[in-house]
Design a binder for this molecule. Structure first.
Ligand code: FHN
Length: 433
C-alpha cells in the first residue's frame, strides 16, 4: 500500500510539472526559438572595479569595498534606448538583463531590499527604463535573476573564507526570492526569467519545483530556463531528466549539442568576462558569426553577452562588432530566423538550417571548389545558388550531393548556399557529415 502511495505521489508531482510546462509545440516556445538571437547584459556597480560580477566579491575586491560600490555608482551616460537600438542593429530580438546577480545587488526599485539602484547616486530605475525601451522597439524583455546570494543574511553561503551566516534561514530567503520575482513578473512584465546560481547546496530540487509552479501560477506564459531547478548538467546546460523543471536548456560558453527536439539557448560572452573588464579580449567577427550560425544550426538560440561600463555606455568596439553581425543578418538573416537546425549536423567547417522546401548551408571553409556532402535524405535538390547570389552547378547522385563553388562565388566570413528541394525539408532526418 505504502509503495502504491509513493508511486501515486511521484506521478502526481511529475504530471504537475508537466501541467505547467508549456507544450513543446506551443507558440510560446516556438516564437522564442524563432527569434534565434538575443542580448545578454551583465551590469551592476562592480563595473566600477572592472572585475567579475559576483565572483570577485571578497576575492579580487575586498568584501566591504565591494558591498559599498553602490554608493559610487552613477552611470550618468546610461541610455536605455541606445542599448536597445544597439541590440536591434545587431539583429537581436530579445534582451536578458541581470536584475540581481550573486552579489545580491538589485538593479530595480524593489520593495524587498534597500541594496538597490534607487539608493545609488543615480537614483533611477534602469530596469523600468530598459523595459520601456524594449516595448517601444518591439524587443522581448527578459530578466536574469540569481538564486544564490552571497551577501544576503538568510542565504547560508558567502563564498568567502571566514564569513559565516549563523542566522541564515533558507525558507525566509525563498520567500524573498518569490517576492522579488513576483515584482519582475507583475511590475516589469518580464517575458523570460533567466535563473542562475542554482548549483549550490542550499537550493534543492523541492525548492526548484515549487518555485517553477509558483511563477507559472503568476504568469503561465513567462519562459523559465532550466536553472530554476537542479536538473542542469553543468556547463553543458542540458536538463538531465523531465523530472526537473525548466522550459529550455542553457549551455554556457559553448555551442550546445545538436538537438532539434528540445529548446535550448547557448549563453556566450562577446569578450571573456561577463561584466565589463578593461582591455578584455573581444571575439573576432568570424568567431561571432560562426558562433551564431553553429548554434542556430544545432537547433539553439544564442544569448550573446555584453558588459556595459560604469558610466552607462557600451564599449564602442562592442557596438561596432554587433553592428557588423547585424549587417550580415540584414542580408542573410532568412537563413537564420524562423529556421530549424540541420539537417546537416554542425561540424567545424559547415553547418546548416532549414525552412519549408529550403536548406541553407553555412560554409566556413572549403578546400578547392567542390563541396561534397551526403544527399538530403529522400529529397531531390531542384535548385542551388549562393544566397542573394548566382546559381551554382550541382550534381545529385544516389548518395552524394556535389556543388561546384567557384572562387569568385565564395563570400567573406561564411558562404551561404540555398538548396531548393522538391519536398519539405522538415521531413529529413539529421545527417552526420
Ligand atoms: O556565475 C555565473 C556567471 O557570472 C554568469 O552570470 C553566467 C551566465 O550564464 N552564469 C554563471 C556561471 O555559470
Amino acid at each position: 500500500m505504502k509503495n502504491l502511495l509513493v508511486v501515486v505521489l511521484i506521478s502526481f508531482l511529475t504530471l504537475n510539472i508537466f501541467a505547467q510546462k508549456p507544450d513543446a509545440n506551443s507558440t510560446l516556445i516556438k516564437d522564442f526559438q524563432d527569434m534565434k538571437f538575443g542580448m545578454f547584459i551583465h551590469w551592476d556597480p562592480v563595473t566600477l572595479r572592472g572585475t567579475e560580477i559576483g565572483w570577485s566579491r571578497g576575492h579580487q575586491v575586498e568584501m566591504n569595498d565591494y558591498d559599498n560600490l553602490y554608493k559610487e555608482f552613477n552611470p550618468v551616460l546610461f541610455d536605455a534606448e541606445k542599448w536597445v537600438k544597439t541590440l536591434k542593429d545587431a539583429g537581436m530580438k530579445y534582451l536578458v538583463f541581470t536584475t540581481r546577480h550573486h552579489d545580491g545587488f538589485s538593479m530595480w526599485d524593489t520593495k524587498y531590499s534597500d541594496y538597490n539602484i534607487m539608493n545609488t547616486p543615480y537614483k533611477k530605475d534602469v530596469l523600468m527604463e530598459l523595459k520601456n525601451a524594449c516595448d517601444k522597439y518591439g524587443i522581448m524583455f527578459g530578466t536574469y535573476y540569481s538564486i544564490c546570494d552571497w551577501r544576503h543574511p538568510n542565504y547560508p553561503l558567502s563564498r568567502i573564507k571566514g564569513v559565516e551566516k549563523p542566522d541564515a534561514d533558507m525558507d525566509k530567503f525563498y520567500t524573498f526570492l518569490k517576492n522579488q520575482t513576483k515584482e519582475l513578473i507583475e511590475t516589469y512584465d518580464t517575458k523570460i526569467l533567466w535563473f542562475d546560481g542554482e548549483w549550490e547546496k542550499p537550493w534543492t530540487h523541492e525548492y526548484g519545483q515549487d518555485f517553477y509552479k509558483y511563477l507559472k501560477g503568476l504568469n503561465k506564459n513567462v519562459l523559465i530556463n532550466n536553472r530554476v531547478d537542479k536538473g542542469r548538467k553543468g556547463m553543458e546546460g542540458v536538463t538531465i531528466s523531465n523530472e526537473f523543471a525548466g522550459d529550455y536548456a542553457t549551455p554556457e560558453q559553448r555551442v550546445g549539442a545538436f538537438d532539434i527536439d528540445n529548446p535550448w539557448e547557448s549563453c556566450i560572452t562577446i569578450c571573456n568576462q561577463w561584466a565589463w573588464k578593461p582591455n578584455d579580449k573581444m571575439k573576432s567577427l568570424d568567431q561571432c558569426i560562426q558562433t551564431l550560425l553553429k548554434t542556430v544550426g544545432g537547433g539553439g538560440n544564442l544569448l550573446f553577452n555584453v558588459g556595459p561600463m560604469a558610466d552607462g555606455r557600451m564599449e564602442q568596439r562592442q557596438i561596432d562588432r554587433l553592428k557588423e553581425m547585424g549587417d550580415w543578418l540584414s542580408k542573410y538573416g532568412e537563413s537564420v530566423y524562423k529556421t530549424t537546425g540541420g539537417p546537416y549536423k554542425p561540424t567545424e567547417w559547415i553547418s546548416s538550417t532549414r525552412k519549408g522546401d529550403k536548406i541553407y548551408l553555412h560554409l566556413y571553409r572549403l578546400d578547392g571548389d567542390k563541396l561534397k556532402i551526403p544527399v538530403p535524405g529522400n529529397a531531390q535538390v531542384k535548385n542551388c545558388s549562393v544566397l542573394k547570389g548566382k546559381k551554382l552547378k550541382f550534381e545529385q547522385t544516389k548518395n552524394e550531393l556535389i556543388i561546384e563553388i567557384p572562387k569568385e562565388q565564395k563570400q567573406d566570413i561564411v558562404t551561404t548556399i540555398e538548396l531548393k528541394l522538391n519536398s519539405d525539408s522538415g521531413e529529413i532526418k539529421p545527417i552526420e557529415i
